[in-house]
Ligand binder design. Sequence first.
Ligand SMILES: NC(=O)c1ccc[n+]([C@@H]2O[C@H](COP(=O)([O-])OP(=O)(O)OC[C@H]3O[C@@H](n4cnc5c(N)ncnc54)[C@H](OP(=O)(O)O)[C@@H]3O)[C@@H](O)[C@H]2O)c1
Length: 294
Amino acid sequence: MHFSAVLLVGLALLAPAPLPAQAGAAPQPGQRVILVTGATSGLGREVAIRLAAGGAHVILHGRDAKRGAEVLREIEQAGKGSARFYAADFASNAEVRGFAERILRDYDRLHVLVNNAGIGSVPPEREVTAEGHELRFQVNYLSTVLLTRLLLPRLLASSPARVVNVSSLSASPVDFDDVMIAKNYTSGRAYGQSKLAQVMFTFDLAAELEGKGVTVNALHPATLMPTGMVLRSGRPPRSTIDDGARAVLQLVNEDMGTGRFFNSLTEGRAHAQAYDVAARDRLKRVTEELIGLR
Ligand SMILES: NC(=O)c1ccc[n+]([C@@H]2O[C@H](COP(=O)([O-])OP(=O)(O)OC[C@H]3O[C@@H](n4cnc5c(N)ncnc54)[C@H](OP(=O)(O)O)[C@@H]3O)[C@@H](O)[C@H]2O)c1
């Protein structure tokens, strides 16, 4: 082989592999673009289907490509709106970064980010990610912050834009001496800590973005909807997925202010630690270290 051809082959091998193209349609000019994380099951799935039915282009996210393809097919068969599916495991900062990179590559606008993906309190064991982070804190909280921060330039460029953080009334205060809950672990406590941390992030980010055209709100969608995490827990459902979907859609579609916590459809009160500015500052510093972003 000629030397220059060898050089070209060598350079091609050194170059990063191209990111895979996504199935599904690209958004039309003027179409609202909405990213729903955890759209392969339960609440996120329902919200994504309803948003597409309303004409939006929905970026579907989940871990499971097969279930992602099923939601995509359901949206395409309904014939309204459009969607694409992207897979990423939020147990890893690197996967969140790769996912954000693909979104920034494929989309020049993003009007709403719905941070919905999450794991509940089943299985009850303490699990630690490859990066050494307690799993629920990573998936439910750290990945929410990292994804939002990485996509923020697109949201700002698409203003008016919205961030909706699907949190919970379940709340356990963050213990700054043991954020990874190495001692006295229960999955309920880990879930509650991650969900309260999401609300603390919501209040901080909303203040940071005041007047910049991006609102940020959090909500408890509904109590014990019959979704994957609740069915796995064996607890009897106490509300419907429709209840939760209506609460999320209100924050996606209506101007509900910013920096607020909603208990379903009305403004509610979060755990006291969410209003403690010193605790929020501390959490912000810890978080920046853990996600490697300042
Ligand atoms: N259900 C309730 O009553 C209730 C009450 C309050 C708040 N919430 C909140 O509502 C949100 C949605 O949960 P749900 O009730 O609809 O439960 P769900 O049916 O279990 O759905 C959870 C979604 O998150 C995704 N997910 C889980 N682990 C992930 C990971 N490591 N990486 C990426 N995605 C992951 C799941 O993907 P897979 O399909 O791959 O598992 C699924 O799409 C959660 O944030 C939850 O905390 C629910």
